[in-house]
Design a protein around this ligand. Structure first.
Ligand SMILES: [Zn+2]
Length: 403
């Protein structure tokens, strides 16, 4: 017996087609209904009905623009940014960032807060992160927007359920951050996600960065830890357990400084930001808890600009250590671009020459070229921006807000 399509199938097809139209407009706005029909293969009546639905949901709007060509001028469509916002939060050992973007990806909120990640218990930290999330949600709602979702980036191993399995620089093991956030946000009607910070940052870089659209791209977080977010052939590398890119604990110097993971000479113990600060400003070595490192980084930049010989020497040595890590990434993944993010950005003028020297000297076939290494233009919000971008991706995949 042949069964016809069931109502659920029709609903699925419609949701899929709504997402097809939404994605087309995201990539091609302003565009007309006729263009959408021609490009997607959907018939014009279907496109008109889908567009009407998307306008009802306030995801699309008509612009005053018309396209002048033979025949009737067409009404043009674009994404409606105003009614919605997607929120991303980035957790670091020394600060938190919150970003909100509208449906079109335009930033509508950007906050940075000091945060004593290591000084707090996981429960206290989750409370602080949730409080920032709640404030961001309240602000967005107060501005008349609906929240599409919230994604938090954490410097550690995060499983698919949003449990932080291990985050050495936060002192966390098996912390159910997603569960804590959902409770603290009062079981919200929007999706809440937790992901690795480097994964989110490379997604932001591939969407909004100077090398957007690069199909083989690596982003190195330059925070207290160093993690790699990896896009291979246009897709985020997730690995078998979801934990790739833990380059911060690759051994660079077996006799090197102690790392928070318990071993010695890891990349982040040699070239992480705390290592840079303690080398350039030995007198600033704190014995208390780690606080926002921005003032110390400003001081490192000031000394480097003043051509302080000890500072320049330390930055060159750190740059060589970082270059060894970058060379491993280059040999293993053959990316087109390796982007340095976070605190590496303001230090890039002094780190990059040594990184490039190291990369060139380790290249197996120098005449065949190698990856370009550059500093991110996204500043410290990259993982938070990437968190918001994953929320938009979820909508683009067909998980549309109800009208
Ligand atoms: Zn380590």
């Amino acid at each position: 017996m042949q069964r016809g399509p069931q109502p659920a199938d029709f609903a699925d097809v419609r949701a899929t087609n709504l997402a097809v139209v939404l994605r087309y407009v995201r990539g091609n706005a302003p565009c007309s209904r006729a263009e959408i029909a021609a490009a997607t293969g959907l018939n014009k009546a279907t496109v008109s009905s889908l567009v009407a639905d998307l306008i009802d949901r306030r995801l699309l709007r008509e612009t005053g623009l018309t396209e002048h060509r033979i025949g009737r001028p067409a009404t043009m469509l674009m994404l409606d940014g105003s009614p919605y916002a997607a929120i991303g939060i980035e957790v670091n050992a020394d600060y938190l960032t919150a970003v909100a973007v509208d449906l079109a990806g335009t930033q509508v909120l950007s906050w940075r807060r000091s945060f004593a990640g290591l000084g707090a218990s996981p429960a206290q930290a989750a409370t602080a992160i949730a409080a920032l999330g709640r404030r961001a949600v309240n602000r967005v709602v107060k501005d008349g927007r609906r929240v599409l979702g919230l994604t938090v980036g954490v410097p550690g191993l995060v499983d698919s359920a949003g449990v932080v399995t291990l985050a050495p620089n936060l002192g966390w093991r098996d912390v159910n951050l997603r569960g804590a956030l959902i409770r603290a946000l009062g079981d919200p009607d929007f999706p809440v996600g937790v992901d690795n910070d480097a994964n989110l940052a490379v997604l932001a870089e591939s969407r909004y960065g100077a090398h957007a659209g690069t199909r083989n791209l690596v982003y190195l977080t330059g925070e207290v830890g160093i993690g790699a977010g990896i896009i291979v052939d246009g897709r985020l590398l997730r690995g078998h357990r979801g934990f790739p890119g833990e380059i911060g604990h690759i051994t660079i110097d077996p006799g090197g400084p102690a790392c928070r993971c318990g071993r010695r000479g890891c990349l982040e113990a040699v070239a992480g930001i705390a290592a840079i600060v303690s080398r350039v400003i030995p007198e600033a070595t704190s014995d208390g808890e780690l606080t926002d490192l921005q003032p110390e980084i400003d001081e490192v930049v000031r000394r480097a600009r003043a051509a302080d010989p000890a500072a320049l020497q330390a930055l060159t040595e750190v740059g060589h250590g970082l270059g060894q890590g970058v060379s491993i990434v280059a040999d293993l993944l053959d990316p087109e671009v390796i982007v340095l993010g976070g605190y590496f950005v303001p230090l890039a003028p002094w780190l990059l020459p040594a990184v490039e020297t190291e990369l060139a000297s380790r290249r197996i076939a120098p005449d065949l070229g190698g990856p370009q290494v550059s500093a991110s233009i996204l500043d410290h919000g990259a993982a938070a921006t990437g968190g918001a971008a994953t929320v938009l991706d979820h909508v683009d995949e067909g998980h549309l807000p109800t009208p």
